[in-house]
Design a protein around this ligand. Structure first.
Ligand code: M6R
Length: 612
């Protein structure tokens, strides 16, 4: 995810900005840049690569001055390059901008601005803001008004810093759905997307809220809403985190931080992609191949580990709602099994957080060799898989640092729901059903927020079970892959033996293991297989097996069978996996912490598996 730092005060800005960028490195990035204002000119330095390279670049010696902005970029629109690195300027290079987030309507804004004579230098969505500010300033507005008028036109998410040579003692900061904090120093302000870039200078930090604009000038600040209302009651917090805590946003581990980020992750994956009135999913990345996709007769989903389980959920979704046959394969098997793939009839869809997984990449090559359309759902922009597939959708989940995948898994499920909607509406799905899915999808982030409030109660459950050495995770239909994912999560970070399976398969063998020392975690929402699942739970109970059940709010039956119950909000059956997995993430996390394991870097595992 991109990082922003800004400085305005009395000292040289460059060292503060570079220090801030270094503190943000943990978030992941591909390029970095800095702009500093002095004597009516703004000087800029950019590199593809590390902040260290930026600090050592020749251009840095020309960057002197006490007002500046800087950025680490994690590519979303346009490949990693110096041209696409922030800060971005207007036509006259007198207005510069750094931005986190996504401007959904940038193509339309860019087209209009180009028609009015503006010349763009980058492929980014961000650059439109610099040109919009230029346009409004030319129309006679002051700097602040120009920024506000620009931001009112922007749809999407932003944390943004803007400076201009025409008001050299002013820095403007604004946000919508992307964090931005202002550090209050002595006659100076350090603004950043993340407190870790500020804490070296001050612990007094103010958090901007959505649609607020802060004007930092002469050691004073004012905050107004985009509509101009003055905000007077914004409190300044004292944040006394150490640096390590700051990088983790105050959480004990990246994994926990990433679990808590999931509502925003899902919002980012949905942003600009759901058209409720038309019951449609707008997947820009598939535009070029949408006619070919309408004609395919089978989709093969290929992935590894957690991404494979997401693919399995996708299989259920797409088959049920688009009536398109889907097969999900483990990538390391797919490449050696001589898959039968027919051009035009088949398409291969790979899922990968890193976009670098060797086995998954091999599946892309296989598809291409066979002349079959290859598609990707990838988190890391510009990764090898993203570059090698014919068309793709980015997760927009931001970097995932914990080795155990959490937020990218829910993002994969979210994107697969969109894909089911996309294929469904291309084929047989009614407008009414399309609208229903679209509406329910938009409610998911708030449902996730509700589940996040259960963290403490799940910790208590984990305490009661952590000393068991074996677990079953069981579910049916949409929640069968979630059972597999729950077991993987527990074993990969706590090293407790766990098996995932289908509840319906229990009596075909696994039930032999059940005794009072072998607990089962049932995922049993009120869905089309609820009664069946309940019967399987009874079978376990009859053998004195302990049960933790994850069900739907309002369900009074589960408590009569299960020893512990976690109830999640009600949603469409196809979307329940996005919710039901979260208690399992918490359970695995707490079990691992209680056992004193290295949650973010479990033994023997790597975040990106680039070897066979
Ligand atoms: O980067 P990818 O999504 O391709 O990685 C696939 C698996 O290696 C990954 O999901 C792995 O299973 C995670 N450690 C699970 O938490």
């Amino acid at each position: 995810m991109c990082g922003i730092v800004g400085y305005i005060g009395k000292r040289e800005a460059a060292p503060v900005l570079l220090d801030g960028l270094k503190r943000l490195e943990y978030r992941g990035y591909d390029s970095a840049g800095i702009a500093i204002l002095k004597e009516g000119a703004i000087n800029v330095a950019k590199v593809v690569g590390r902040v260290k390279q930026l600090a050592e670049s020749d251009r840095m010696s020309t960057l002197q001055g006490t007002t500046g902005i800087a950025h680490t970029r994690w590519a979303t629109h346009g490949k990693p390059s110096e041209r696409n690195a922030h800060p971005h300027g207007d036509c006259t290079s007198t207005i510069f901008v750094v931005h986190n987030g996504i401007i959904e309507n940038y193509k339309e804004l860019k087209r209009n601005l180009e028609e009015e004579g503006h010349t763009f230098k980058s492929e980014t969505d961000t650059e439109v803001v610099a040109h919009l500010v230029e346009k409004f300033k030319k129309e006679g507005n002051d700097f602040e008004t120009s920024v506000k008028k620009s931001l009112k036109l922007v749809k999407g998410a932003y944390a943004i810093l803007v400076m201009t040579t025409s008001e050299p003692a002013t820095l403007i900061a604004a946000r919508l759905s992307s964090p931005l904090r202002i550090g209050m120093g002595n006659d100076e302000f350090i603004v950043a997307s993340d407190p870790s870039a500020i804490l070296n200078y001050t612990q007094e930090i103010l958090t901007l809220k959505d649609e607020e604009v802060a004007v930092l000038k002469d050691g004073e600040f004012t905050i107004t809403s985009l509509n101009g209302d003055r905000v007077i009651d914004r409190e300044v917090e004292k944040i006394d985190w150490d640096m390590e805590q700051a990088e983790k946003g105050g959480f004990a581990h990246f994994m926990l931080k990433e679990i808590f980020e999931q509502p925003e992750t899902i919002e980012n994956s949905l942003r600009g992609r759901v058209i409720v009135d038309e019951g449609l999913a707008k997947l820009g990345g598939f535009n070029a191949v949408k006619d070919e996709l309408r004609e395919i007769e089978r989709l093969t989903i290929v992935a590894c580990g957690t991404a494979y389980y997401a693919g399995q959920v996708g299989e259920y979704m797409i088959e049920e709602y688009a009536e398109l046959p889907v097969e999900t394969c483990i990538a390391s098997e797919f490449r050696y099994r001589k898959p039968i793939l027919t051009p035009k009839k088949d398409a291969v869809l790979v899922l990968s957080q890193s976009g670098e997984t060797a086995d998954t990449l091999a599946a892309v090559s296989e598809a291409r060799e066979k002349g079959v359309l290859s598609l990707g759902i990838v988190n890391v922009t510009g990764s090898t898989i993203a570059q090698n597939t014919d068309a793709g959708i980015y997760n927009h989940a931001g970097p995932e640092i914990g080795v155990a995948s959490t937020k990218v898994f829910v993002s994969q499920l979210t994107v697969l729901s969109l894909l089911a909607l996309f294929f469904g509406r291309q084929r047989h799905m009614s407008l009414t059903m399309g609208k229903r899915i679209a509406e329910e999808l938009l409610k998911i982030p708030d449902h996730v927020r509700t589940i996040l409030t259960m963290n403490d109660s799940i910790l208590e459950i984990a305490k009661r079970y952590v000393n068991y050495s074996d677990f079953y995770f069981l579910g049916r239909k949409y929640n069968y892959p979630i059972a597999l994912e729950g077991a993987l999560k527990l074993k990969e970070i706590s090293y407790i033996h766990a098996e995932g399976g289908s509840s319906g398969e229990l009596k075909h063998g696994p039930i032999a293991m059940i005794d009072p020392n072998f607990p089962s975690i049932f995922i049993c929402p009120k869905d089309s297989v609820y009664e069946k699942n309940l019967s399987n739970m009874e079978e376990v109970k009859a053998r004195q097996g302990k049960i933790i059940a994850i069900g739907t709010e309002g369900d009074d039956e589960l408590g009569k069978i299960a020893d512990d119950v976690i109830l999640i909000p009600k949603t469409l059956e196809m979307l329940t996996p996005i919710l039901s997995v979260i208690p399992l993430q918490f359970f695995a996390y707490h079990a691992a912490v209680l056992k004193g394991k290295d949650v973010d870097k479990p033994r023997n595992l790597a975040k990106s598996v680039t070897v066979e």
